[in-house]
Design a protein around this ligand. Structure first.
Ligand code: AHR
Length: 619
């Protein structure tokens, strides 16, 4: 049953209306939802990610007692071709141990007393190094919370693993790796995970943030972006590549770190398999968004005759999600641990696209997907709201191609949201549906949340036209802010939902199934405002509100005879947006009449907006 009841001429299914959008900005993945505690675990940070980054970002040299070491980053004997950098610890003088320490995210590495942490590292040594390597979790001043020793026995890369139990709680600790003796030690893929992740998934999600997302009960999750998907080069092997999902699967040591367009490095540890699994775990339908062969930020364009691999990315992704294990990509999914299909229903091509090259390329994707997978719903894109023309181009393309949905985005003032409560009233049920893939009013105050709630009722009541909607952005690490407002804020050990979060939760937890068709004359209060016109004219003056008016008439006080001006209503009203935005004034000439004998009637009501309106008589 529906929670909200509207005077509504159309019934509609609410289907998958309210969901979430995950993009790795504000360190939403690394240093956020992805539970890895080590920052720059594979020494791949690079100035291309962010000017001040280098391969040892978040690492510090450790020299204890009289210890002396040289720490360098090398790439001549890499772990694999996608993970080239590694650190070399050259022991000049062992002292009480030399090596490196990782600073984690925010204030450090958070550990809790009695909890287990899974440490792993790839290591090799040169022939002269023959001592145990000491691995500790320590406080800033060196108090040891957990300790292990590993014997590195080979000059080739070997993975070593151990489990720590922390003996104290500290959100600012460090992971320290030290060696004694002499010679050289090489390390790569240094990882520390809490054993407890969300539903105890390996390579999984931070429990507290994931639980907050699960509590929303979202119908779907859009991922992995955002601008993040299409900002990059066309070569998938390039560290500056656009987001190519095939790079994000399997062994994390084989995933190439990537420049994230939000000015940091993205490990891709949280990859497509993890996204699908997480969606399943929280009961959300997955909605992956793929680049459409065009980077609107840098105008990089895939030539039409080279679009094949990009279209294959879309087809293969559907096979990866839904294909039988006897298919190539279905087999990979099974091998990764999920023989059952993930039940993909939607796929999005492009994000907030501005520019003709995208709309020239979209039909190729659309046709190929529909031909092979007619039941998959294909989402077209449109430029950001401010781009105006691009919005139109998105809708035009969607109608021409029979896209199932069009991805609209807007970030606007609370007033805009109130005034646009009726935005979808006139949208047609038999045209592409709206995927409101990103929206938020500018702020995390209660007022913003309230306004968004009001707007969401406008989405619900137009479920005939609005198929999907999700607030954006979703996650923000307080120390790495790219964008605000955001729905959920966190540091390395705490997480908070904003007022906006609780509005989203309310709507998702109580989303109706079906919008009732209601014919209920009189449910709305229509106020009659009788007045006498002066000088043969009247005006409506609005102050930041949208109004409706109707039933304009003059009634003869003696005879009851009525002169009706309803035909002139259209003359008075301008486009809805004109009336809504700011202050406006509309006048109507009523002509010469014996005014003393007449009463002027108009029915008017404010539909939205913070202020009100006046009726003014006279010129
Ligand atoms: O949500 C933040 C950004 O806003 C998204 O990456 C992009 O699509 C939009 O411009």
């Amino acid at each position: 049953a529906a929670l909200h009841v509207y005077t509504q001429e159309r019934g509609a299914e609410l289907g998958d209306l309210f969901g979430i959008f995950f993009e790795d900005l504000n360190h939403a993945a690394d240093g956020g939802l992805y539970a890895e505690l080590i920052q720059n675990r594979s020494f791949e940070f690079d100035p291309i990610d962010r000017a001040e980054y280098h391969a040892l970002t978040a690492w510090e040299k450790v020299e204890r007692g009289s210890g002396k070491a040289e720490i360098t980053v090398e790439d001549s004997h890499p772990l694999n071709t996608r993970n080239r950098n590694y650190v070399a610890i050259d022991i000049l003088s062992a002292g009480d141990g030399v090596g490196i320490m990782n600073l984690g995210f925010n204030s450090g590495i958070p550990v809790k007393e009695g909890e287990n942490y899974l440490f792993s590292v790839y290591a090799r040594r040169d022939a002269s190094f023959d001592e145990p390597v000491r691995v500790t979790i320590e406080s800033v001043d060196g108090t040891v919370y957990a300790e292990a020793a590993i014997m590195v026995h080979s000059s080739e890369w070997v993975k070593y693993e151990t489990t720590f139990t922390a003996n104290a709680t500290d959100s600012s600790s460090r992971l320290v790796i030290t060696a004694t003796g002499k010679g050289k030690l090489y390390l790569d893929m240094v990882s520390l995970f809490p054993e407890k992740t969300f539903l105890n998934r390996p390579n999984g999600m931070r429990e507290d943030i994931a639980a907050l997302l699960a509590d929303l009960k979202p119908k779907f999750m859009r991922f992995p972006g955002g601008c993040l998907i299409h900002d990059g080069s066309l070569n998938p092997d390039d560290r500056n590549s656009m987001y190519r999902w095939k790079n994000t699967l399997g062994d994390i040591a084989q995933r190439p770190a990537r420049r994230n367009n939000w000015s940091y490095n993205q490990t891709l540890g949280l990859g497509y398999y993890e996204y699908f699994l997480f969606c399943e775990d929280i009961g959300a339908k997955p909605i992956p968004i793929l680049p459409g062969g065009y980077d609107p930020h840098h105008k990089r364009i895939v030539p039409l005759d080279e679009l094949g691999p990009w279209i294959d990315d879309a087809l293969d992704l559907i096979e990866f999600a839904n294909g039988d294990p006897s298919t190539k990509w279905g087999a990979l999914r099974a091998e990764l641990g999920h023989p059952e299909p993930f039940g993909l229903e939607y796929i999005g091509i492009g994000n907030e696209e501005v520019g003709a090259p995208f709309f020239e390329r979209y039909p190729y994707f659309h046709r190929a997907i529909k031909e092979k997978y007619p039941d998959i719903k294909v989402i077209n894109s449109s430029g950001p709201f401010a781009a105006g023309g691009e919005y139109d181009r998105g809708w035009k393309s969607a109608k021409e191609n029979n896209s199932d949905l069009v991805d609209e985005h807007y970030y606007q003032s609370p007033e805009w949201f109130l005034a646009n409560y009726n935005r979808y009233d006139e949208f047609k049920a038999d045209e592409p549906k709206v995927f409101l893939g990103e929206y938020a009013s500018w702020g995390n105050t209660y007022y913003n949340a309230l306004v968004e709630a009001a707007f969401m009722t406008g989405l619900e009541k137009n479920a005939h036209a609005v198929g999907l909607a999700c607030y954006a952005p979703m996650l923000c690490n307080v120390d790495y802010v790219n964008w605000k407002p955001d729905m959920i804020w966190f540091n390395n050990h705490e997480v908070f939902g904003t007022a906006n979060y609780y509005v989203q939760k309310l709507f998702m937890n109580h989303q109706g199934d079906h919008l009732l068709k209601i014919e209920a004359n009189g449910l709305e209060k229509k106020q009659e405002i009788p007045a006498k016109p002066i000088n043969g004219a009247f005006a409506l003056e609005t102050d930041r509100c949208a109004i409706q008016f109707w039933d304009i008439k003059l009634v003869n006080n003696d005879t009851g005879e009525t002169k009706d001006f309803n035909g002139l209503t259209a003359e008075l009203s301008d486009t809805e947006e004109d009336r809504i935005n700011g202050t406006s004034k509309r006048s109507l000439e009523l002509g010469e009449t014996d005014w003393e004998n007449y009463t002027f009637h108009i029915k008017a009501k404010k539909i939205s907006g913070p202020k009100g309106f006046n009726l003014i008589f006279g010129k």
